[in-house]
Design a protein. Structure first.
Length: 350
């Protein structure tokens, strides 16, 4: 039986940052994740993808963000159960919880924080009859290592942020990038749409709209695609075809835990502490929903911070916690010593 103060289900960025905020409150955390390594989607799906909306980082690769978070929480020594899925939950008479994984590992905690992102994912595949034959042989639904496409001819299909972002990124990596979308309008960020247009005008991206891929060519691996545009069908030579139509999320076993679910997300009380309909169980990050919800990593960080304050009150109802800024209180350093605030700062605050 693994015992901890806060049991975090999901080791993505929001789950990892929860460890830091809990650590400031002297609360111990343990994380469960079905993936074999921490980081969630950032590690598994797009470690080399740039992220632009993390404060103080004009641009940071998703994998580097995870590395930085792991370094930030290192002083608090969290525990990890990786490669196992949280399967069942049991509430005990003392209002604590036992969470058991699909491999039988049991975890006991007074607080459970679900930070499972959007859950487990399956790629949305285009209706191309022979596409499965080329999976792993030139067809990919997720870009993990962009260096695979170095000096290669790449065709990307899709109209959302992922298709736009990767078309922009690979324009400096691949020998040629062709972006195909079934509509003239894109669903992605306006800045990205403008950037793709600039790259098209500069001859670095070929843009074909409205059009769609109807066939894949090649004996063993991808050698080209057939494109339908209006009534015309023509072929395009390529080494890789990347359909980026998004991922279909599933909550998995968590959906059977008696939580209030709305559109595949867990409803929480955002006016207070992001607690679910079951006291002691919180949901933070992309897995939750409430009026005005934005599925952004930085929003997950905010939710984790408020959740930890509530968790402290639940675990220690008779203790009064006075929040101190880290500039004053310091943070336990990597060498086990306390990093004191600069004297000028302490003096000004005192």
């Amino acid at each position: 039986m693994i015992k901890t103060d806060i049991l975090i289900i999901g080791a993505g960025p929001t789950g990892l940052f929860t460890v830091f905020e809990a650590g400031l409150l002297k609360l111990k955390c343990h994380l469960i994740d079905a993936l074999p390594q921490p980081g969630g989607q950032c590690s598994e799906i797009y470690p080399k993808k740039p992220i632009y909306d993390i404060p103080a980082f004009p641009e940071v690769l998703a994998g580097d963000l995870v590395d930085n978070l792991m370094k930030q929480i290192e002083p608090f020594q969290p525990g990890f159960t990786l490669g196992e899925r949280a399967q069942t939950i049991e509430k005990l008479e003392d209002d604590t919880f036992i969470v058991t994984t699909n491999k039988g590992t049991k975890h006991h905690a007074p607080v459970v924080a679900i930070a499972g992102g959007l859950g487990s994912f399956e790629p949305r595949k285009p209706p191309i009859p022979n596409i499965a034959n080329y999976e792993g042989h030139g067809v990919a639904y997720i870009i993990r290592d962009p260096e695979i496409y170095r000096n290669k001819k790449v065709v990307i299909a899709g109209g959302g942020d992922s298709a736009l972002d990767w078309a922009i990124f690979l324009s400096d990596v691949a020998s040629s990038v062709t972006l195909i979308h079934r509509r003239n309008e894109f669903r992605g960020a306006l800045d990205s749409v403008d950037k793709v247009q600039e790259l098209k005008d500069a001859g670095k991206i070929e843009l074909i709209t409205p059009a769609q891929i109807v066939d894949i060519l090649g004996d063993v691996s991808v050698e080209g695609v057939s494109i339908k545009q209006g009534e015309e069908i023509f072929t395009k030579e390529c080494d890789h075809f990347i359909p980026l139509f998004g991922l279909a999320p599933k909550l998995g076993p968590i959906a059977d835990w008696g939580l209030e679910i709305e559109k595949n997300a867990i409803k929480v009380n955002n006016a207070l502490d992001y607690q679910t309909n079951i006291p002691g169980i919180y949901a933070i990050g992309d897995v939750n929903t409430y009026p005005g919800k934005l599925k952004l990593i930085l929003c997950g960080f905010h939710e984790a911070t408020l959740m930890c304050q509530s968790a402290y009150k639940r675990i220690f109802p008779d203790k009064r916690y006075v929040m101190k800024y880290t500039t004053v209180g310091g943070v336990e350093g990597f060498d086990g010593t306390k990093k004191e605030a600069p004297k000028a700062v302490v003096k000004a605050i005192n």
